[in-house]
Design a binder for this molecule. Structure first.
Ligand code: UDP
Length: 325
């Protein structure tokens, strides 16, 4: 049994990862400050003997008594409304100071450490689909920069700790991911559209809805994360993880509407600044190195996400906590 630290463990991806690792009979330490994570994502794990929750902000140095074998660094606000709003400076700190703290911890414990980087490092991509060798086109002073540049700096720190400190690293670049444990209020497109539709509200498409994204169902992403973590030492990445099937935002809206209520209205709102026009991963590298490819298509994944978000809406509706933008 390995002892595995998951930072950002109560968030969307972190909590799905914790659950999977517990299912694999590993010992899991879930660390989070719950700024954007939610205890309800892990409450059912709290009594499990192999699961421990540690409330801590990854920006502050920390140590763990037991010997850690692996660290997944998942901690960071990830939805644009969260990192462009009150958490923008905190987002850069979480990316940079968080990376430093987990790298120091990994060095001390001799642990392997995986960085959850992002497709956002490609910015407004001039290369399509995005390959790992593409260096990106990021606006360093825009409203997305706290996240994009923060994650770029974290990648740079990971590679310097690997080059100069001998830390055993893995770097993955995650493209849009969706599924159970998404926060219905976090403002991301999939949760927004589904919650709006379930609540009978208008579906808010930003811009003309012609921008594209490639949506990967969370179970596929978790498979890839675990495969990467346990891959041969020499394969450090960065490697893209995502579903290469590309959809316009308008197509996504139409799919959600047709699944929930064909009478719903789509309304068009201003496109946020620096919103990437196109995004689609080239997954040749992960296919050839780890034999991974996504297995859940968007329609199946949306059905599962709708079922989950229905339960969340039922839970919160009486308290009016679901108030989608
Ligand atoms: N979007 C939208 N309506 C919403 C929320 C998002 O049209 O209610 C668009 C957003 O402008 C972007 C895409 O959907 O083009 C994906 O947004 P999301 O916030 O999920 O993640 P991003 O890929 O931008 O980080």
């Amino acid at each position: 049994m390995k002892t595995i630290l998951v930072t950002g463990g109560t968030g969307f991806l972190g909590s799905n990862l914790c659950a999977r690792l517990i299912g694999m009979c590993e010992k899991v330490i879930c660390l989070d400050n719950n700024y954007t994570g939610r205890m309800s994502n892990v409450s059912w794990l709290m009594k499990h003997p192999n699961f421990k929750f540690m409330e801590h902000d990854v920006c502050e140095p920390f140590d763990i008594k037991e010997k850690i074998d692996q660290i997944y660094n998942m901690a960071c606000p990830a939805s644009p409304p969260a990192y462009q709003g009150a958490y923008s400076i905190k987002t850069t700190k979480t990316c940079v100071l968080g990376a430093l703290n987990v790298l120091d911890l990994a060095k001390k414990h001799g642990a392997r450490v995986l960085q959850a980087s992002t497709s956002e490092v490609y910015g407004e991509p001039l290369v399509h689909p995005q390959v790992e060798t593409y260096r990106g086109n990021v606006n360093p002073i825009g409203i997305r920069a706290c996240y994009d540049e923060g994650k770029r700096c974290a990648e740079s720190l990971f590679f310097d700790y690997w080059r100069h400190e001998g830390v055993d690293i893995k770097v993955v670049r995650l493209f849009n991911t969706y599924g159970p444990n998404m926060d219905p209020n976090d403002g991301r497109v999939v949760s927004n559209f589904i919650c709006q539709a379930l609540l009978g509200q208008n579906i808010t498409v930003y811009g003309k809805g012609l921008q594209t994204r490639s949506f990967c169902y969370v179970d596929d992403t978790i498979d890839a994360l675990i495969l990467m973590m346990n891959s041969k030492k020499s394969f450090i990445g960065p490697v893209n993880i995502g579903n290469p099937k590309e959809f316009t935002v308008k197509e996504l809206a139409e799919m959600v509407v047709s699944k929930i209520d064909g009478n719903l209205k789509v309304v068009y709102k201003d496109l946020p600044q620096d919103d990437p026009t196109r995004r689609k991963p080239d997954i040749s590298l992960i296919k050839s190195e780890l034999n991974w490819a996504p297995t859940v298509d968007l329609s199946q994944g949306l059905d599962k996400t709708i079922a989950y978000l229905k339960t969340q809406i039922k839970l919160f509706q009486s308290t009016k906590e679901v108030c989608v933008a």
